[in-house]
Structures are given as structure tokens and as C-alpha cells.
Design a protein around this ligand. Structure first.
Ligand SMILES: C[S@@+](CC[C@H](N)C(=O)[O-])C[C@H]1O[C@@H](n2cnc3c(N)ncnc32)[C@H](O)[C@@H]1O
Length: 242
């Protein structure tokens, strides 16, 4: 919905489609999977521990109209902003720690694009729910669970609630107890479930990062592993997962 470090907008088409009427994203961020394709039409429940992210979602769900979004002021290079909705558009995870930010050309451009995207998409989220809480507070229902926590280790640092604050063994147990379809995402250090490679991302300055996935659907996991063995050398190089 909005620019967000670690969002799954570019990767959304590589995850299985939802099989249940309810989609739960217990680590919501900008909720790229729930918004992808027709997924948004289902009953969507978002959970995030960061109240600043939840406030954005509450505004989008309860109040914002396309005209309100398009009327938000443009950003000017060099000016400063303390709006969290601006800060998340800075294209760096360091921005999560900033109280104010100086507008760079990248931020100015991201904000301009994002305003148009949000204005177009906001009508899709009016029936969604959002909770400001820990992932463990998610309703105990059968659902499609899109689980995208801060990645273990350094890649998941920088968020207000980052990898340094997560117990990954407890997360693993919780994931295995979900009812329904589970899609769990991780990065290069994800080792608490038998993850399979999804993609290698090309990041800034040619830096590569690996995206891995675990699915509760064992047949689909086997299919992906078999494909991986037969075409390991063909892992697609994508631009950074933005
Ligand atoms: C990798 S981001 C999710 C990105 C999202 N899939 C997207 O497409 O934008 C991880 C999110 O988990 C949230 N988070 C971290 N710890 C949490 C916890 N214990 N419970 C719920 N949310 C948490 C962070 O605030 C952050 O928004």
C-alpha cells in the first residue's frame, strides 16, 4: 500500500494464492500480499506491534478518501518532515529510528508515486481490520496466514520491533500451530523451519540477498524443492524486494 522497507510488493506474485476466505498478516507492515491481485477482496486482518504503522492503517481503513490522499502536500527536496508516513518512504531501514527526516530526491519521488498508489488502492481496504499488538494475539481461526516477520539477524534489524526483539523458536512453534494455509517468509539466516529458496534479490550496489519460504502445504513445498534441484542455477535475479 505504501513504501516500506522489506515489503513484498515485487515478490507477491511468487507466493501461493490464498485458499481461505480470511487472510491474516500478523507482521503487517504495508501488507503487500493482502493487497496483491484480488486477495484484498477477502476478509483481511492485519496485526503490527508498531503503533505508527497501525495508525497509518487506521487512517487508510477508517478515514482516508482518494481525494484526501491526493490533496496531501508534495515533499520538497531539502525540507524536513516528522510525519512517519513520509519517513517510511525514505527507502532505508535506518529511517525507522528517525524522528524527523530531510527530504532527498528519492524520498520526494517515492512519496509522489505512493500518493497515487494509495489513492487508487484505498477503496480496497475499507473492510479490513487492523490490530496494534503482538503477533501472538492473532485470532485462533482457520485462515491463510502470510507470516513475514523481521528477518532473523542483521536483515531484520532497524525496525522499531526488529529481529533483536523476536524469539524465533517461539515464533516457529506458533507458526506450526496455525490452522489453514501458512506462507512463512525469511531471509538468508532463517533456520528455524525447513525453508526453501524463493528468490535471490539483487540489491543496492550488486549486493545479493536470499529470500526463502516455508509452506504448510507439503506437496507444494516438495514441488518447489524439486524445481529448485533441477534448476538451481536458474534462480532469477530480481531487483531488491521493494
Ligand atoms: C518485514 S516487515 C513486514 C512487511 C510486509 N509483509 C509488507 O509487505 O510490507 C515486518 C513487520 O513486523 C512488525 N513486527 C515486528 N515484531 C512484531 C511482533 N512481535 N508482532 C507483530 N508485528 C511485529 C514490524 O513492525 C514490521 O512492520
Amino acid at each position: 500500500m505504501f513504501y516500506f522497507y522489506g515489503r513484498k510488493k515485487q515478490l507477491a506474485s511468487h507466493y501461493p494464492p490464498p485458499q481461505h476466505d480470511v487472510i491474516i498478516e500478523p507482521f503487517a507492515g504495508s501488507a503487500a500480499y493482502a493487497l496483491y491481485d484480488d486477495n484484498w477482496k477477502r476478509e483481511v486482518v492485519l496485526i503490527d506491534r508498531d503503533p505508527r504503522i497501525v495508525d497509518i492503517w487506521r487512517w487508510l481503513i477508517d478515514d482516508a478518501r482518494p481525494s484526501d490522499i491526493l490533496a496531501l502536500p508534495d515533499l520538497k527536496i531539502g525540507e524536513r518532515s516528522s510525519e512517519f508516513l513520509h519517513i517510511v518512504h525514505a527507502a532505508t531501514k535506518m529511517a525507522f529510528a528517525y524522528k524527523t527526516i530531510k527530504v532527498t530526491p528519492v524520498l520526494e519521488r517515492n512519496w509522489e508515486i505512493s500518493k497515487r498508489v494509495m489513492a487508487t488502492a484505498v477503496s480496497k481496504v475499507k473492510h479490513w481490520q487492523v490490530l496494534c499488538d503482538d503477533y501472538t494475539s492473532a485470532p485462533e481461526v482457520e485462515a491463510t496466514w502470510f507470516i513475514d516477520p523481521p528477518y532473523k539477524g542483521d536483515p531484520g534489524m532497524g525496525y522499531a520491533f526488529g529481529s533483536d526483539r523476536l524469539d524465533y523458536d517461539a515464533l516457529s512453534d506458533w507458526i506450526l500451530q496455525r490452522r489453514g494455509q501458512v506462507i512463512a517468509c525469511e531471509g538468508p539466516h532463517g533456520n528455524y523451519l525447513p525453508f526453501a529458496p524463493l528468490r535471490v534479490n539483487m540489491g543496492v550496489a550488486g549486493k545479493q540477498s536470499t529470500e526463502v519460504i516455508w509452506l504448510s502445504d507439503t506437496a507444494e513445498m516438495e514441488r518447489r524443492r524439486a524445481k529448485e534441484c533441477s534448476s538451481a542455477e536458474q534462480l532469477v535475479l530480481l531487483p531488491s524486494a521493494t
